[in-house]
Design a protein around this ligand. Structure first.
Ligand code: ZN
Length: 644
């Protein structure tokens, strides 16, 4: 079919992240759309991948004693494996460290340089090293803290190449005036436009302070700034610039899916770069919301990061995919709760969908010996109503899928599933069967099988495994994912077929058992250490410089005007001394007095709230800061003994 092409992308993910629900969400949404478009007859290109350059990668590699390339090669599998588990049907997986990508980035740089869209200048600003971002004066406040991560910023000046983005302010505004659907949901359209109207500044696109990146052609002291490099991945996948036919076929159809925090790059910087290259800006940039977890912001330090591998192990891939797409409107923020997931498994999947299949199969086995009736017989008035509703649902489902309203599309399908369950109660096929009324029984069971066939097709982009099982158990050969929705017709499955009842699709989850298991799982999980916490390597000589000794706590008193501090008097055997420690919220004076603890004795003295501290006690603390354990000795030993 000419012209039916569709290119969809996820962002490329920062390769050193541990994949979490946010990554899974974006990628599942893109996969649902890709699968749906294939069922609409589109030739689909679907790309995801990893962002592998930048200072943070180099730093992480240094800490682990690896090269940056070794590090990225070792962690990229986390994403590849997850996409396999989640049944993601991407047609490409791009890594920014691939030679095919470096070539395109260097080509684009050179071309923009040659046409005067890139120039050399110097950049001064407030720079956050972990975020690899400069922030304008207006965003950093008096404390000069990073607006993204809250860490202190450094004032830096460096030579840099700039992309002349200011030149594209007017062309971008013109583009968005004419293409109001280019930014979805529409609520973000005005946000982006007012930002552009506020004036676009030229963008720094190279760094001399970073080594792990794509070298800048002609000036190898610079590497290309990670964002400039990363955005270009979407063109690399298309085979730009050599494969003109592929670029021509797919580029005008590109849909970028992402979380809302990176829309300015995708709605301003990237389209400006594309305009400079004489290419269309993205057809659609769809930005979705963020997930909280059980009402809290998700973070490593809270220990509440949702692990998609764990969720699919516990509940199955299809239930996890269904929940994420059904629970919140695509585009809005939402809350992830396992209890809500279990609720949907039990009601939507086990009760509504699973029951419709089981009841239908059971009656066909009982009354027609397993053969699906042809539909010949005496039609009832409800049969036609169910048929019309099914066809209408297919129409509304497609209209909603076309605009990424995944939750609405699923709601429509479930309205139909529930109506079909009610139709069973109304027509009472078990009664027709016992009465031997095959004239009525045939059309009723046939109607139910058709509803199952249509709903399996419509849920296939969301729950590919389940949809296939429904086809299999109702005797339809093949995979619903390979159907064309245009060819889905009522009564279209005419071949003689037999049902084969197998395992239920979704066994009901017993809430009591689940609560018990969940409590056990939670107890086994404590907030994990933040991998960003690691320190650079030290030698044994470095370690020996720290004088650790066994001391006994003599007396503990609160430090006045402080909620957290204790003044602690210690006996080191050879001398007595005082330290100040912030452990008041964890231990009472009685719990401490008399204990033998480990103290750093040669720490530079510091005055805390007017009390001079001559040393520091050692304790282990969880990443969330909620619990603490003191280091002590496992048998009696002379005070002042050194710790090695
Ligand atoms: Zn930062």
């Amino acid at each position: 079919m000419p012209g039916k092409n569709f290119y969809i992308t996820t962002p490329i993910y920062y390769v050193n992240d541990v994949p979490h629900i946010g990554h899974a969400y974006t990628t599942i949404a893109a996969d649902v759309m890709a699968r749906y478009k294939r069922m609409c007859g589109f030739d689909v290109m679907f790309a995801t991948g990893t962002d592998e350059h930048g200072q943070k990668i180099q730093q992480a590699a240094d800490r682990k004693g690896m090269t940056a390339q070794e590090l990225v090669d070792s962690v990229v599998v986390n994403f590849r494996n997850l996409w396999e588990v989640l049944r993601i049907t991407n047609t490409d997986f791009i890594r920014t460290t691939e030679p095919r990508h470096a070539r395109v980035v260097q080509y684009i740089f050179q071309r923009l340089m040659d046409q005067g869209d890139i120039y050399k200048g110097s950049y001064e600003g407030w720079y956050c090293v972990p975020c690899e971002t400069y922030f304008p004066e207006s965003q950093v406040g008096d404390g000069k803290l990073c607006p993204d991560c809250g860490r202190p910023l450094q004032n830096m000046t460096e030579e840099s190449y700039f992309f002349r983005m200011s030149r594209y302010e007017k062309p971008l505004l013109d583009h968005y005036e004419k293409n109001r659907d280019a930014i979805l949901p529409h609520s973000r359209y005005n946000e982006v436009l007012s930002f552009i109207k506020g004036g676009l500044r030229d963008q720094s696109i190279s760094r001399t302070s970073v080594t792990w990146g794509i070298p800048l052609p002609g000036d190898e002291r610079h590497v290309i700034y990670v964002w400039f490099d990363a955005l270009i991945n979407y063109l690399t996948v298309c085979g730009y610039p050599e494969k003109e036919d592929l670029v021509g076929k797919f580029w005008p159809t590109v849909n970028h899916i992402m979380a809302k925090d990176i829309i300015r790059f995708h709605c301003i910087v990237w389209p400006a770069m594309l305009l400079a290259l004489g290419l269309n800006p993205p057809a659609t940039v769809f930005s979705h919301g963020w997930w909280t977890v059980e009402g809290d912001k998700m973070s490593k330090s809270r220990g509440n990061v949702v692990d998609p591998f764990e969720m699919t192990d516990l509940y199955g891939v299809d239930a996890f995919r269904y929940f994420l797409m059904r629970e919140i409107p695509f585009g809005l923020d939402g809350d992830f709760s396992e209890r809500a997931l279990v609720g949907r498994v039990n009601s939507d999947l086990a009760n509504d969908q699973g029951n419709l299949l089981n009841r239908t199969l059971q009656m066909i086995e009982n009354f027609t010996g397993g053969a699906v009736p042809s539909g010949q017989g005496t039609p009832g008035e409800l049969d036609g109503m169910i048929r019309d509703m099914t066809l209408a649902t297919l129409g509304s489902y497609r209209a909603k899928m076309d605009v990424y309203a995944f939750d609405e599309a699923l709601k429509d399908v479930w309205t139909l599933i529930k109506r079909a369950n009610k139709y069973i109660d109304e027509t009472m096929p078990w009664k027709l069967g016992k009465e031997g009324n095959l004239e009525r029984l045939g059309p009723v069971l046939f109607t139910l099988c058709e509803v199952l066939r249509f709903t399996a097709a419509m849920t296939s982009p969301f729950m590919p495994g389940t949809a296939r099982k429904i086809f299999d158990q109702t005797g339809i050969p093949g995979d619903p994912a390979e159907l064309l929705l245009d060819e889905l017709e009522w009564g279209g499955a005419t071949a003689e077929r037999r049902v084969s009842k197998k395992d239920v699709l979704f066994p009901r989850i017993d809430l009591k058992v689940w609560e018990k298991q969940k409590a056990e799982r939670d107890a086994g999980k404590t907030a994990g250490p933040d991998p960003g916490d690691h320190e650079p390597e030290v030698t044994i000589e470095d370690f020996r410089k720290i004088e650790l000794r066994v001391a006994q706590v003599l007396k503990v008193e609160p430090v006045p005007k402080s909620d957290k501090l204790y003044r602690i008097d210690l006996d080191l055997g050879y001398e007595r001394r005082t330290i100040v420690s912030g452990i008041r919220e964890f231990r009472s004076p009685e719990e401490l007095e008399g204990r033998k603890i480990i103290v750093i004795c040669n720490l530079k003295p510091a005055s805390l709230r007017g009390v001079v501290s001559n040393g520091m006690l050692l304790a282990a603390e969880t990443a969330d800061g909620k619990s603490l354990a003191l280091l002590t000795v496992d048998s009696d030993i002379a005070l002042g003994s050194r710790v090695h």
